[in-house]
Design a protein around this ligand. Structure first.
Ligand code: FAD
Length: 277
């Protein structure tokens, strides 16, 4: 492994300046992706910027209409937070399936989405909740809708010097839905297909991971379902439409055909859950 410099700034401004100043400099948060990539020489940084000393990034802030999870809050901290459990059950379920207990003690949701893997487990719940990614930018803070955050495999909508400070999710009046993960092993395995299917304030929202270069919403399927009663026929038709909205590949985890079948199955089971509960 090549030598690199390591920084632990106390402020976002300092961290952002380092990112702007240093070539091949990257943020390290929980490190559960970064360290694996370093070990496998998939990344060769000149510098790593650890953001864990920045106090404000460790907070979960509950407001009347939303909850903001700071970028350095670990998955376990988030999944044990009363308000998060109360309002964002689908997200808590998804995070529960990410890695092992040890991984979740370090891993963060911000790192999960910034790593921009198509199979990031927290992505599909955030997509159906229409979460906002909060960004510190040297040009002024901004918010990016999660639906516009993923740009490609390992590509996100951040500019150089920008840092995700947290993720804000609206508290909806009523959410009913499920996260589903298909993987080769029951625990500590990456998703072969993952999905969130939810009725959010009466509107059906559907998102998939691991079946396209980015985690995505199934907008055509959602449009088809608008104002429809969830009969068996409607559900079946919706699952067929969903199949046309994804572009999975064959890889060591599964075939393209298996993934397409699991997309259909996720829609059927997800919609049945919403209808029958
Ligand atoms: C054994 C093991 C099992 C795993 N299982 C799963 C699994 O089941 N499901 C799953 O989804 N993932 C899994 N992962 C992957 C990983 O744990 C998650 O993606 C995790 O959420 C990454 O968070 P982190 O804080 O460790 O990120 P890091 O590794 O610190 O960073 C990941 C990426 O995000 C960038 N980044 C981090 N924070 C910010 C920020 N605030 N602003 C801008 N960029 C930032 C970093 O520069 C880096 O590119 C597993 C990993 C391991 C080692």
């Amino acid at each position: 492994m090549k030598n690199f410099d390591y920084y632990k700034p106390d402020t976002l401004k300092e961290a952002s300046e380092l990112l702007l100043k240093l070539d091949k400099s990257y943020i390290i948060n929980g490190g559960t992706d970064v360290v694996v990539r370093l070990r496998n020489e998939l990344m060769e940084p000149d510098a790593l910027i650890n953001i864990k000393e920045i106090k404000s990034l460790h907070e979960i802030i509950e407001e009347e209409e939303s909850i903001t999870v700071g970028a350095c809050v670990t998955m376990n901290e988030m999944a044990h937070h009363k308000a998060v459990i109360h309002d964002f059950g689908i997200l808590v379920d998804a995070v529960h399936y990410a890695g092992s207990g040890q991984v979740r003690n370090l891993a963060t949701m911000a790192g999960n989405i910034c790593n921009a893997s198509p199979l990031a487990d927290s992505a599909t719940p955030l997509l159906v909740y229409d979460a906002k990614v909060l960004v510190y930018s040297p040009n002024g803070d901004r918010e990016i809708p999660i639906t516009e955050f993923f740009k490609g495999v390992r590509k996100i909508a951040l500019e150089k010097g920008e840092i995700v400070t947290g993720v804000r999710i609206n508290k909806y009046k009523s959410v009913k839905g499920v996260f589903r993960k298909f993987s080769r092993r029951k625990e500590v395995d990456l998703s072969t297909v993952c999905s969130s299917v939810a009725s959010v304030d009466g509107e059906i929202k559907i998102a998939f991971g691991s079946v396209a270069p980015i985690p995505l919403r199934a907008y055509k399927t959602e449009e088809f379902l608008k104002d429809k009663e969830l009969t068996d026929e409607v559900i079946k038709e919706a699952s067929k439409i969903a199949r046309t909205e994804v572009s999975p590949i064959d890889d060591i985890r599964a075939s393209k055909e298996y993934r397409l079948d699991m997309v259909e199955l996720s829609v059927v089971r997800g919609l049945e859950h919403i209808r029958d509960n």
